[in-house]
Ligand binder design. Sequence first.
Ligand code: UD1
Length: 436
Amino acid sequence: MSRFIINGGNRVYGETRIQGSKNSVLPILAATVLVKGETVISNCPDISDVNATIKVLRYLGCKVTFENHTVTVDSTDMDKYDIPDDLMREMRSSVIFLGGIIGRMGKARLSTPGGCEIGLRPIDLHLDAIQRFGVNIKEEFAKIEFESVKPLEGTNISLSFPSVGATENIILTACLAKGTTIITNAAREPEITDLADFLNRCGARISGSGEGTIVIEGVENLHSVHHKVIPDRIAASTYMAAAAMTQGKIRLNSVIPAHIAPVIPVFEEAGCDISIEADSVTLTAPPRLKSIKTIRTMPYPGFPTDMQAPVMAMTTVCRGTSVIIETIFESRYKHVSELLRFGAKIRVDGRMSVIEGVDKLTGASVISSDLRGGAALVLAGIAAQGITTVDDIKFIERGYESMENVLGSLGCDIKKEEREITDEYGDDQGAKSSSA
Ligand code: UD1
């Protein structure tokens, strides 16, 4: 089990290049199964969720290489249509393979993904939508079988909630279906647009991504391309929070400022100065942050639920009281009990949390239990006086590439301690030993 050891109190100061987007690369890699041939995806972050996705692709029969942030997938010989339970458990987002596998093979078999560390995470919207393409679904003993006896047919789907994953699965299923599919109340996240851009480059006909209505006209087949994944707006915003809470200054390079726009008002309300250029954003923190009146997590272009925990860490040292309302996931407050160990003052009532800022945090021994909550603990650790240990950082490594190197290069005293574990697929579960 790996952990971070942080000697807190240093300012986050300098510039950094932002990794490729986790939430873009996963559906794009899953989409490669629709392309019979070789696809090259660059700017892939070196994170464990990408490695888990590659394992699924290899299991399905695709040839995959991952070098220098570039994944090459040749799905010509894909011959399986199921995802084994252990791979499903390793990465709940494996459900994103559903649309691609059905589109390619006409059938699929998955185990029920079950809950995860941030809530129940049902897939009812995915299943209802897939059914509408003429796919029969059978659920038995925690396995779900999908089979289409005739070619998939385009359909109209109105989502009761703009689910990111369901929107992506519908797009993937619709690409090679006969006729037109229209999604209303579709998710508008930039990662949906990146997926659509990739597929359109392959020859798909998708319009309206980034808006509430997406139209997909089915095509016969998709061809090989090279695609560069967009920068990770959540990683970028996390490092902004790190600089904000350490009286620091950070310049984020290789970002798309428009994607960060939903979090900028929060940093401005806290008293940070933000300057924006074509592909960079600079945040300069004030000597003491001000509290944030109310942050409500919302689907894009609202404030992202993925930034709720990192921003909560920031508000623990603001002057005054801040309020956060989590509207997207029902139990996304696991980091709160750990933040209290730093001396933070937080009360949670259902989906609302009230954070009374303190003058300083004190280093603590804490355990990460989910990706963004874990990042919040690291932020608290770098801002706190004294030594912090963050255990179980495997969750953080699902989405942040070498957080210790990024923060180390920005002046933080953080090192990673680890022991190596090898799994039954022969893949190294952890990064190489590193410190910064
Ligand atoms: C994606 C992101 C995740 C982000 C989330 C919301 C990826 C790999 N992950 O997750 O980082 O936090 O969007 O922005 O892109 N829901 C249902 N039924 C369904 C599907 C979803 O009730 O069939 C509910 C979920 O339980 C949750 C809400 O809808 O409460 C949002 O989920 P969704 O947008 O689907 O998130 P993910 O695609 O799982």
